[in-house]
Design a protein around this ligand. Sequence first.
Ligand code: ADP
Ligand code: F6P
Length: 320
Amino acid sequence: MRKIGIITSGGDAPGMNAAIRSVVRTAHSAGLEVLGFRHGWCGLVENDSVPLSPRSVSGILQTGGTILHTARCPEFKEKAMQRKAAQALADNQVDGLVVMGGEGSFRGGLALGEESYVPIVGVPATIDNDVYGTDETIGFDTAVNTALADIDRIRDTAVSHDRIFIVEVMGRKRGFLASMIGLTAGAEITLVPEVPFDLGDIVRTIRENSAKGKRSGIIVAAEGIGNTRELADEIDRLLGIEARLSILGYAQRGGNPTARSRYLACEFGSRAVELLLKGAAGRAVVIQDARITDISLEESCSSEKPLDSSLLQLAKRLAT
Ligand code: ADP
Ligand code: F6P
């Protein structure tokens, strides 16, 4: 093995740059060249590449985003595009590829593996934390902390105005972010896409809290639960309590990665290179019970990561 490639794909995540740095410096210490491909799978197809040296990755450990840029590239689901990507790897004499992204990016890596002999290793990097087989993804902890900083501020004004705030967090399909944010923000109610909500239950909970003297409250809602603006208006109308909506949005995708996200990035990036050096292919680096290990990309792509409902139950118990 002489040269490995890197792409960052799908939603960007704080810590991707730390992982790129880890791959480049681990590879360099093993005498390998590194070629980055910009803009995710589409950039690989278009051969949009940039050589990466240990100096190329100076000063990025602490920065959000990805120096390789990323993209959504739905056309990569087409075999013709996957074959073009395989050809780009061959044309650049790439002997191994590290793909950093979420479950969609891993599916792209699995599909590319059918069209190319180049070994592929996945590094789970997405704020959604929805990659099967790993307890945590790069960027998740940072996104949780970013949301917490905002929610602590929102709670100040909620208390001052005796208002109910719905705080919409990211998570179009899954509620891992909302569950952890809801618990650690002390939200009175947490809504996730996996559990259909009942407006009557929400109204009852707010009424019960009000009877206990709780004159304000925070509802953390994943963006995937539905129309949060309508929900705020309904609560206001049905309860006669002022309800407001605050959408945290893309701020959760940026910012300096936390130590936890950097730790995962350093470990995952280094392990990915070690796997390629050992001749492994079609693997995903994961963390399970605090241990860095790896599973097959196929296994990671074959199942949906189950949501830990115990976080929701604990949050509800502690918000009484
Ligand atoms: P994430 O990796 O964060 O989940 P996406 O779901 O957008 O983000 O997936 C990233 C990219 O991976 C997609 O834009 C597409 O290029 C590619 N991809 C996703 N699913 C597949 C698939 N089933 N086959 C091939 N490529 C896929
Ligand atoms: O996959 C991460 C994520 O931030 C989701 O939580 C969110 O729903 C989605 O990306 C937004 O996608 P885009 O950046 O393409 O608008």
